[in-house]
Write a protein that binds this ligand. Structure first.
Ligand SMILES: Nc1nc2c(c(=O)[nH]1)N[C@H]1C(S)=C(S)[C@@H](COP(=O)(O)O)O[C@H]1N2
Ligand SMILES: [Mo]
Length: 315
């Protein structure tokens, strides 16, 4: 059992404004709002660090029909090195993250860039539930009902210039909120990148929730990338900067071990990691390994972006 430390937050600090306003009616009827709201959480939900606020989203045609991995596994078995390198560390430690207020910088080769309060930035977009397979480069996989919207919609709205060929994403750098950034395990802040066509692919989403609720801190609150045909480390969490660039950006894992983690990192059962095979994977909760699928099973929607590329060279 995890010990849950009560964060010294007010609802308005952790809750997007419209939700906060709607919630007030409920809260006025219930004294000691924070405690009361937490008391109604189910046992599973209580493992998640965050507001636990419900989030509504339309069902998406892009969802897999596979059974989602239990909420408890998705929120207690995590990679988020800013909170420690053990799989249980993020769920234990991510209560120090403050997802509101949160400022996002959009800059580089873009016409409508700037600094945005996250709720202003995300207001125009309609949320969808996307049930995706997620394959970690370490050999485990999960199925997650993410809530988000296509990154391509945001890319279009900010009007990239002709020079924009790639996007670089950066995670928050704050050693008080993210104590793992005091340890030299990676060259902080965590950063990732996509080619512009990959960013605009309809499968690529910016994610603000999962399982019908606001994204728990350990899964990358307040918002993260989800790129389902690539290894999980491309899906960068807790983003503060989206920069449009001309040249392929450096990425945290590529800088740390260039021979192990390439820029593309498409799920590929035929290209092994130098230290292990990628042919199979273990779905959390299952015993028998299953074969890993090319592009994590999303080849119909993404393979054409890599026509003519040697995927052993561009791993
Ligand atoms: N900022 C940041 N983003 C990150 C990571 C990280 O350590 N820091 N880990 C990555 C890895 S290796 C994986 S597998 C996924 C895990 O996402 P999940 O915990 O929501 O399943 O997040 C990715 N995004
Ligand atoms: Mo991963």
């Amino acid at each position: 059992m995890l010990v849950r430390r009560a964060p010294d937050l007010k609802w308005r600090d952790v809750t997007p404004e419209p939700l906060y306003l709607r919630r007030r009616e409920f809260l006025t009827a219930v004294p000691f709002a924070l405690g009361a709201a937490r008391a109604v959480l189910s046992g599973d939900e209580a493992l998640a660090q965050g507001s636990g606020e419900k989030l509504e989203a339309a069902k998406s045609q892009y969802s897999t029909t596979e059974t989602p991995t239990p909420f408890k596994d998705v929120t207690t078995y995590n990679n988020f090195y800013e909170f420690g390198t053990d799989k249980g560390d993020p769920a234990r430690n991510a209560n120090t993250l403050r997802p509101r207020p949160w400022t996002v910088t959009i800059d580089g080769a873009v016409t409508k860039g700037g600094k945005f309060a996250i709720d202003d930035l995300l207001k125009p977009y309609k949320l969808e539930e996307r049930i995706y397979r997620h394959r970690c480069v370490e050999g485990w996989s999960i199925v997650v009902p993410w809530i988000g919207f296509p990154l391509g919609d945001l890319v279009k709205a900010v009007e990239p210039t002709e020079k924009a060929k790639f996007i670089e994403f950066t995670t928050l750098m704050d050693q008080r909120q993210m104590p793992g950034e005091r340890s030299p395990v990676l060259d902080w802040p965590y950063s990732e990148g996509l080619r512009l066509d990959e960013a605009k692919n309809p499968l690529t989403i910016l994610c603000v929730g999962l399982y019908g609720q606001v994204l728990p801190n350990q899964n990358g609150a307040p918002f993260r990338l989800v790129v389902p045909w690539k290894y999980g480390f491309k899906s960068i969490k807790s983003i503060v900067r989206i920069r449009f660039v001309e040249h392929q950006p450096a990425t945290a894992w590529n800088k740390s071990a260039p021979n192990e983690y390439g820029f593309y990192s498409n799920v590929n059962p035929n290209v092994d990691h130098p230290r292990w095979s990628q042919a199979k994977e273990r779905r959390l909760g299952e015993f028998t390994k299953r074969p890993t699928l090319m592009f994590n099973g999303y080849g119909d929607q993404v393979a054409s972006m890599y026509t003519g590329m040697d995927l052993k060279k561009y791993y």
